[in-house]
Ligand binder design. Structure first.
Ligand SMILES: CC(C)(COP(=O)(O)OP(=O)(O)OC[C@H]1O[C@@H](n2cnc3c(N)ncnc32)[C@H](O)[C@@H]1OP(=O)(O)O)[C@@H](O)C(=O)NCCC(=O)NCCS
Length: 163
């Protein structure tokens, strides 16, 4: 998928150097980032946006348990500051949804719902506007410091796909 000179495609193990470079400083070490992300890269569960061979945005997702339950989770989404508000985040969601559907079909099932957690504060208002534009709805609030949300309440969002 190509959009305004930006290529949207799965991030593969061959892209690992630029991928792990982007996570420098997020994890305590490169080894931790590799240990966490290896399975996502190996399975094609990372959609990436590339401009002039530079990784400028990422969406990581995972199936939740067995595909027969039809539930996937988006666990990470970002676009670099300079490239925001150009529709790239939306295209990453579109690309990942297509990959999810194909994955569920591959195992004889159907993607029915996609869930994600995001912050309830102003800092995450852009992300929330994007998710809501894509059809996600708030299901419940996760109170601050009950999961890994040490600093603010989070919302659980769910997108229901039409059957
Ligand atoms: C959230 C994020 C990925 C969006 O990426 P993006 O490429 O800017 O998103 P898009 O350009 O596709 O935006 C699509 C929609 O989101 C909303 N949106 C985007 N930027 C917005 C802003 N600054 N203010 C309000 N709404 C905004 C709009 O509804 C927009 O649609 P429109 O441009 O047609 O009005 C990006 O802002 C980001 O990386 N934020 C920091 C990390 C983060 O919060 N990640 C989510 C954690 S769960």
């Amino acid at each position: 998928m190509s959009y305004l000179g930006v290529q949207i495609r799965c991030v593969t193990p061959q892209d690992k150097d630029s991928f792990f470079e982007a996570y420098k400083g997020v994890y305590s070490s490169k080894e931790e980032a590799k240990a966490f992300y290896r399975r996502f890269l190996d399975n094609g569960w990372v959609s990436g946006a590339w401009k002039d061979h530079k990784l400028i945005g990422v969406l990581t997702w995972t199936p939740r348990e067995c595909v027969k339950n039809g539930l996937a989770e988006i666990i990470d989404l970002w676009v670099i500051k300079e490239e925001r508000r150009k529709g790239i985040g939306g295209k990453l969601i579109d690309h990942a949804l297509e990959q999810m559907k194909q994955y569920y079909q591959r195992f004889g099932s159907k993607l029915q719902r996609v869930m994600l957690f995001t912050g309830a504060t102003e800092e995450y208002s852009t992300a929330r506007a994007l998710y809501e534009k894509k059809g996600f709805h708030i299901i419940t609030t996760i109170p601050q410091d009950t999961l890994d949300n040490l600093y603010c309440n989070e919302y659980l969002y769910v997108l229901r796909l039409s059957t």
